[in-house]
Design a protein around this ligand. Structure first.
Ligand code: HEM
Length: 328
């Protein structure tokens, strides 16, 4: 989720030679240190979401409990709530870092409140934080599974928690059979596509740039996973509407970035004036622009029509809850 353009490879000057350290001095260690304020803000946001979800569960408003009535006990299921909270802060940080990346690699805004170097640093630090939050989300889910499986021996409990959360295809219940591998795909792609930036002087800036542009897939998978599996956006209520609405600026910036890329070499001319781009390559680029345009249109339709895939919340909770109060 790191910037596609850096001072040395934004199309104005040549990328650093393979094997030579880039001149901007952006190292993983320096960026991890610089990410500390950012990560602290993420922790504050996570705690705030956790408190909100906990309070909703206590008050009886929780959509999670409406979907899974046995969870009507925040004191017991606090690790699940914390996993959800990390999921939301992870998604918010992924949103922010993708927006920053698209701002940097698309048409240059005439006026920016901060310098381009500062925006690039924010893009790098927010993407490191986003990866950590995604990992914490999956880890807390694994921890909840370990707590839940208390009838098993410790080794087996640990294995079940780890495998269900981290081994693609292992989780075998309901929507999770599809939604969990989608989330895992996002996490496992985010790590190399984000961190390869720090070895770009070894793999070559062009290779890094070509790979890094697929980071948008990480974001799409994350949103898909959430819409498919998030119980707090299960019903067609305001949280689901907000989630869809937040995707509109991303799709618009993506479309602009593809139509007017900062790097001149990526511009799409007519098929006749392809300037060294093969016809299949040109077709792929044109298809990318058409897909981004379709995404903007699709999002507008979803938001305007309210057909956002949300279900109707049942008036009464199902009577199968194992935590239903015992009759006196
Ligand atoms: C190993 C990878 C992952 C696993 C095992 C996993 C697991 C889960 C599970 C079990 C849920 C359902 C929670 C609920 O009842 O709502 C969920 C929801 C969610 N996940 Fe993931 N996830 C993974 C990756 C991701 C990634 C990469 C993101 C992006 C930041 C993400 C963001 C979310 C969000 C925002 C929710 C909605 C939570 C809610 O409804 O409150 N997940 N995930």
């Amino acid at each position: 989720m790191l910037s596609e353009t850096t001072p040395e490879d934004d199309g104005r000057s040549p990328p650093p030679a393979r094997g030579r350290r880039p001149a901007d001095g952006a190292t993983l260690r320096a960026d991890l240190r610089a990410a500390l304020p950012d990560a602290s803000a993420a922790v504050v946001v996570t705690v705030a979401v956790f408190v909100f979800l906990y309070a909703r569960m206590e008050s009886g408003d929780s959509a999670t409990v409406a979907v899974m009535p046995f969870m009507d006990d925040p004191g017991t299921y606090w690790m699940y709530l914390l996993s959800q909270a990390f999921g939301w802060s992870g998604l918010l940080w992924a949103w922010g870092t993708v927006m920053l990346g698209l701002l940097l690699s698309g048409p240059r805004p005439t006026r920016l409140p901060v310098s381009r170097q500062v925006l690039e640093r924010w893009h790098r630090t927010t993407s490191l934080t986003a990866i950590a939050l995604m990992f914490a989300h999956a880890l807390m889910f694994a921890a909840e599974l370990v707590r839940y499986e208390d009838q098993l021996a410790w080794a087996e409990r640990l294995w079940v928690g780890f495998a269900d959360a981290f081994v693609p295809g292992w989780y075998d219940s309901g929507t999770g059979r599809i939604a969990i591998p989608i989330g895992q795909g996002a996490l496992y792609l985010a790590v190399p596509l984000g961190l390869l930036f720090y070895v770009r002087h070894r793999i070559g800036a062009n290779t890094w740039r070509r790979l890094h542009r697929f980071v948008i897939v990480v974001y799409v998978l994350s949103v898909w996973h959430t819409l498919l599996y998030g119980t707090n956006v299960w019903y067609g209520e305001w949280p689901r509407t907000v989630l869809w609405l937040l995707q509109l600026p991303v799709a618009v910036l993506l479309l602009l970035r593809l139509l007017r890329p900062a790097r001149r070499a990526e511009r799409l001319h007519t098929p006749r004036r392809r300037e060294g781009v093969s016809l299949p390559g040109w077709l792929v680029r044109a298809a990318g622009r058409a897909a981004a345009g379709a995404a903007v249109l699709g999002l507008l339709i979803v938001v305007a029509s309210g057909h956002d895939g949300g279900r109707e919340r049942p008036a009464e909770p199902p009577s199968t809850s194992p935590h239903a109060p015992e009759p006196e």
